[in-house]
Design a protein around this ligand. Structure first.
Ligand SMILES: Cc1cc2nc3c(=O)[nH]c(=O)nc-3n(C[C@H](O)[C@H](O)[C@H](O)COP(=O)(O)OP(=O)(O)OC[C@H]3O[C@@H](n4cnc5c(N)ncnc54)[C@H](O)[C@@H]3O)c2cc1C
Length: 402
């Protein structure tokens, strides 16, 4: 069969790989110069490894992608480490990634800690997410974990991530976040680029064609037996007439600083609970992976999720840095620090908003047009977006189409 795959992110690449493995004649169309979509990386002169535009790691239970890494013969590239996760609260950073660190956190009473611990433990062991689609994360947290713990730890993060949607997020989204989290994290030597490159090479070796810098603006005249669309839903809606989906999305944005000195002391991931800050999270990549892979410099992300039309989406990295800098100084170890380079990454429609009963409105593989399929990061409920689910989805879509 002649099959077109539109979008060269992890979903499209995995589907194209699976389909070419089964002997189909696949052409993959990617709008950008490089493959990888939201997991795409870049490499500066003097670096040995690529770095993702948006911070990326895997959990140790991300079985689908780990299986793919094994299948492609790059198992030796998988690195497992236990970096530190922390929370910035009332002007100080605290480790907050284990029961003992929760016990030591000064912002909650013993009762609050017990209730929060019970809630997180219950979410971790509960296998049933469906009933949690009917109540909001706020309602669940306040009822079990208590109002004070919600207001201190979770509400500022939910507002930072989802803005005006924060109170509408379903508890099943919270369940998925807690359920999947593992204390140890994985990274791929060379960056996620190593996996993207291995997939691209296998597709080509199997006879598939990859066309980068090729945006598809209409599917009417594409001469294929079947078409799999993996682009974000708002773009897919322009390609598939008669399809209506009403999922709100946020855009992802990261400002990356390459510095001589580390910005955070030892923490990899720092959640910011102070909503006067202009960013939600600080991710110090070189507190996870060795700086020697990046010319001996430190790399730190400042991440945000932004609604359509937000002024930051129209700013240059210099304009953003001017706003961020006074706040970066609050969390930084060395002040002043020397900024060697900065990089800006925007991920359009990167975060679907999982509201109540999301599974009823999420895209289904079959579309109103026979032979045209849709599989993208909105399809993977109850899970939040992640490369592991993109791989799982790409495989499922390929099997169904083939
Ligand atoms: C800030 C951030 C942090 C993340 N952190 C992690 C993490 O730590 N671990 C993890 O596993 N996942 C993480 N993710 C999620 C992960 O990157 C995504 O779930 C995954 O990469 C989605 O792959 P996809 O192929 O479904 O979509 P995408 O990556 O969005 O791919 C869609 C592709 O379609 C292309 N396209 C768009 N329009 C057209 C067109 N008209 N014609 C042709 N091509 C087109 C796009 O350029 C893109 O390459 C993160 C995402 C973000 C935004």
């Amino acid at each position: 069969m002649k099959i077109a795959v539109i979008g060269g992110g992890m979903t499209g690449l995995t589907a194209a790989y699976e389909l070419t493995q089964r002997g189909h004649a696949v052409t993959l169309f990617e709008k950008e110069k490089t493959l990888g979509g939201l997991a795409a990386g870049f490499k500066q002169p003097g670096w040995n490894w690529h770095l993702e535009g948006a911070y990326h790691h895997l959990f140790t239970n991300d079985h689908a992608i780990i299986e793919l890494i094994n299948e492609l013969g790059i198992t030796d590239k998988l690195i497992v480490k236990r970096p530190i996760t922390g929370t910035y609260w009332q002007g100080k950073s605290y480790h907050l990634d284990s029961p003992s660190s929760l016990l030591a956190f000064p912002g909650l009473s013993h009762g609050d800690k017990l209730r929060t611990g019970l809630l997180l433990g219950a979410l971790k062991i509960n296998p049933f997410w469906k009933p949690l689609e009917s109540i909001t994360a706020k309602k669940l947290f306040v009822t079990v974990g208590g109002n004070h713990a919600w207001e201190t730890l979770w509400e500022p993060l939910m507002i930072g991530k989802f803005g005006n949607f924060a109170e509408t997020i379903a508890a099943s989204w919270l369940w998925a976040r807690i359920k999947k989290r593992t204390p140890s994290l994985c990274y791929i030597a060379g960056g996620f680029h190593t996996l993207i490159d291995a997939l691209a090479k296998s597709i080509t070796k199997n006879g598939g064609k990859i066309l980068t810098s090729t945006a598809v603006s209409s599917i009417q005249t594409l001469p294929f037996d079947k078409i799999l669309i993996t682009v974000p839903t708002p773009i897919a809606l322009k390609l598939i007439p008669n399809l209506s989906l009403t999922i709100p999305h946020l855009h992802a944005q990261t400002l990356i600083l390459e510095t001589k000195e580390p910005i955070l002391k030892d923490t990899y991931w720092l959640n910011i609970t102070d909503r006067s800050f202009p960013f939600l999270a600080v991710v110090a990549h070189t507190n996870f992976m060795d700086k020697k892979h990046y010319g001996g410099n430190h790399l730190t992300y400042f991440g945000n999720y932004l609604p359509e039309g937000h002024p930051y989406l129209f700013m240059t990295k210099e304009q953003l840095l001017k706003i961020f800098l006074p706040f970066i100084k609050h969390v930084s170890l060395h002040s002043p620090f020397s900024i060697l380079h900065s990089y800006l990454f925007n991920g359009p429609f990167a975060q679907p908003v999982h509201q109540l009963h999301y599974s009823k409105i999420a895209p289904k593989l079959e579309t109103p047009i026979p032979g045209v399929y849709l599989a993208n990061l909105d399809s993977i409920y109850p899970w939040d977006r992640g490369t592991n689910y993109a791989v799982e989805l790409g495989k499922q879509a390929a099997l169904a189409i083939a």
